[in-house]
Design a protein around this ligand. Structure first.
Ligand code: EPZ
Length: 433
């Protein structure tokens, strides 16, 4: 049964929240884990839908997957017997493409359904395929399947035409057991690239330079057992930072790497919020209406596109005129119509949203267009006057673990109820008054 969120807005968030492991790092790491023939233990795994789909898929091709608990999994890739991946669920997630790189790198062959993921614009994978070909693989796309194979994978010098997180990780996967040296130039520098590289190195790979735009990989013969803990999720942390500021609250966000949040912290400070950094926590507070700014999304260390809808929601409630330029994905403003229905004043021209801050938003029925936009609508609902319902929350559940319970522990008033269940809505309203 499909669920929706119902939110009663108007409460400031206060208290402490603990951030889960990084979804986008975990997706690369789970794919990488199948490349060893020993047992690999992965900790701090976020318990979210995309991760669970990828784990089922890995199990489906014969790997041994032992879920110790919701945050720890043991994977052994020695039992893999199937190199074709095609299921309805895998078609819905983006990271299915990492199984191409991992299987190609380990077995020199893979056939995987074309990736899905959030509909935020055209999402080509030409750079991934260019990388595989440069390593000596053939790549064919037929009837929605990508088929890649190689007689022999050999390192090469690969210059990415666009800075791509997915292509950088995929080429690391495909090349870490190839013969000789691979260099990836114009590589993405996101924290999750470094995390996947660190994990591969913990299994015996030889990858240097991750986190810079030039990654050097020396092929090794095989990968071995490892125990690894995934970094905290930069975007989940950023979402709680924005929610704290938008509700004029005061929240200590724990289990974060403050360095990864600098672009977000910088903008929050610029518009008047208070941000205090600790070793592995960050406190965000605001006591009055914040100010306006200009933001442009950029690859790391720039402002992350995955935080664009959330910060735009905050700016929709701030003083003055802000602009938000989306330079990574072409269709990431679909939430604007929803915010407008709540009373926001936002005009989209090409890849720029021009935001005239309003004093308040009013609750209404909304639909989450994608993962981060869905999270932004939750933030809007927390601030809005009255009740907000948000359907299509399966998008939000792709990437936020226990979103409603983490929010409620901070003083939010929201619940997950079945869609179209008028009685559940009335019951919620009676309960919260
Ligand atoms: C990853 O997507 C993330 N997904 C996205 O997170 C995130 O928004 C994005 O990186 C940017 O940070 C996963 O990690 C599973 P890209 P990805 O390749 O790898 C163009 C979320 O909300 N491009 O870095 O698909 C592309 O069109 C999701 O958690 C090519 O032209 O992003 C885009 O304009 C949404 N050819 C730009 O590069 C290629 O071969 C960056 O894309 C690949 C990408």
């Amino acid at each position: 049964m499909e669920n929706q969120y119902i939110i009663k807005g108007g409460n400031s968030l206060h208290g402490e929240v603990t951030i889960s492991g990084a979804k986008n790092a975990a997706l690369g790491i789970l794919a990488a884990a199948i490349m060893a023939d020993d047992t690999v233990v992965i900790d701090n795994l976020p318990d979210v839908r995309d991760i669970n789909v990828l784990l089922e898929t890995i199990q489906g091709i014969g790997a041994t997957v032992n879920r110790i608990n919701s945050h720890v999994v043991e994977i052994n890739g020695s039992t893999i017997s199937n190199f074709t991946i095609d299921s309805d669920s895998i078609r819905k997630i983006r990271a299915s493409y990492y199984l191409l790189g991992a299987l190609l790198g380990k077995y020199a062959k893979a056939t995987v359904a074309l990736p899905g993921g959030c509909d935020i614009g055209s999402r080509p994978i030409d750079q991934h395929l260019k990388g595989f070909r440069a390593l000596g693989a053939t790549v064919n796309i037929e009837r929605g399947m990508i088929d890649t194979q190689a007689e022999h994978l050999a390192g090469n010098h690969i210059f990415l035409d666009v800075v791509s997180v997915g292509a950088t990780i995929n080429i690391m996967l495909a090349s870490c057991m190839a013969e000789g040296r691979t260099v990836i130039e114009n590589a993405a520098k996101e924290p999750h690239i470094v995390d996947v590289a660190n994990f591969l190195n913990s299994m015996g790979a030889d990858i240097k330079g991750a986190g810079t735009d030039k990654i050097r990989i020396k092929g090794v013969e095989k990968l071995h057992a490892s125990e690894y803990s995934i970094i905290p999720d930069q975007i989940e942390a950023g979402t709680f930072m924005v929610a704290a500021a938008a509700t004029k609250g005061n929240v200590l966000i724990k289990n974060v790497i403050p360095k990864h949040l600098e672009a977000i912290s910088g903008k929050l400070i610029e518009i008047g919020a208070t941000v205090e950094e600790f070793d592995d926590a960050i406190r965000v507070s605001a006591s009055e209406r914040l100010s306006h700014t200009q933001i442009k999304t950029l690859p790391y260390p720039g402002f992350p596109t995955d935080m664009q809808p959330q910060i735009a929601t905050l700016l929709a409630l701030s003083k003055g005129t802000s602009t938000v330029t989306e330079s990574i994905f072409e269709n990431r403003f679909k939430y604007v119509d929803e915010l407008t229905r709540m009373g926001a004043s936002i005009k989209v021209e090409g890849n720029v949203a021009i935001i005239e801050g309003v004093n308040e938003l009013s609750g209404t029925s909304l639909s989450a267009p994608d993962l981060r936009a869905g999270a932004a609508l939750v933030v809007a609902g927390l601030v809005a006057d009255g009740y907000t319902t948000i359907d299509s929350i399966q998008y939000i559940e792709r990437g936020y673990e226990c979103f409603e319970s983490k929010m409620n522990a901070l003083g939010a008033v929201m619940e997950k109820i079945p869609v179209d269940d008028e009685r559940a809505i009335q019951k919620f309203k009676l309960k919260v008054g």
